[in-house]
Design a protein around this ligand. Sequence first.
Ligand SMILES: [Zn+2]
Ligand SMILES: [Zn+2]
Length: 360
Amino acid sequence: MQTVRHSEQTLRTALISKNPVLVSQYEKFNAAERRLMNEAFQPASDLFGPITLHSQSDWITSHPEPPQDFEEFFNAPSRKTPSPEKRSIYIQCIGLLGNTRIISEEYIKWLKGYCEAFFYGLTVRLLEPVPVSATRCSFRVNDSTQKLQIHAGHILKFLKRKKPEDAFCVVGITMIDLYPRDSWNFVFGQASLSDGVGIFSFARYGSDFYNSSYESKGKALQKKSSNDYSVFDNYYVPEVTSILLLRSCKTLTHEIGHIFGLRHCQWLACLMQGSNHLEEADRRPLNLCPICLRKLQCAIGFNIVERYKALVRWIDDESTEAPRVTPKHSHEDSVNLPKPVEAFKEWKEWIMKCLAVVQK
Ligand SMILES: [Zn+2]
Ligand SMILES: [Zn+2]
């Protein structure tokens, strides 16, 4: 395992910059907020640590790209700031996210709540969920997984057409696997930053994506014509687990981060690190490093402490209003569907440590 370690000076400049305008802008954060952000360059910080590399297939090794410090972000033409008229993030669900409509609707509400806390100060709205057929996208059965895939670019065009007037961005989410073009195997997601739209699939985040019964269903599907969208009716969706919810929240916030113009982070362990494979995505934390946090704060203008508190509230608010849900195989029994937040406990402890630093 290798560690990407930057000097204290490099991290300080990446965060604060040497540009006098940006330095004085940094000084407008209150002392407590600066104490927290300055942890970025404290070598002994237990809040922020270096990026670790575990294999040659990790993102930084396989996709060399220029790093982006705060000043570069600030000066980038691709930087996007929500205007007062366009302060809503819209989420469009495509196909079901859970095995029943009710589970699916709960799931999307959990994601909405998480995004609202994460992008604190913006409004997150849900567009009416649509079936795959509504998008008129191309689809295929993947040769190696034997699973259905939908064409990411076609979905982006659909989302662009549906983008509401007050939208900062529209993000589509689906449990169906995606492909960007015929020659590619798959893609986790795709976005058009200029159009402010993105589509992300959580299909490969389910624990049973490579499950064989699912596979044989795909083989049968291959015989169907490619404009018969009925293949998506009752199509497999992964079981909703805490780890699936965590991965979905992580992907969604990382990808929306890109829409603001945040590039992949190469400074510290951070949500905005690139990831090439699931194991690397799992290693990536849910939190932003101070450099990326400053970028997002600059775009949205939130209060750092209030944002952390909102995230804690989302984690704590697990089952207070749990709805009665009818499970798939029974129409008589109903079960509680509490938000599965077990996997977020570590993240909560981390936020509490941050709050302790700012409230000291
Ligand atoms: Zn990314
Ligand atoms: Zn970062």
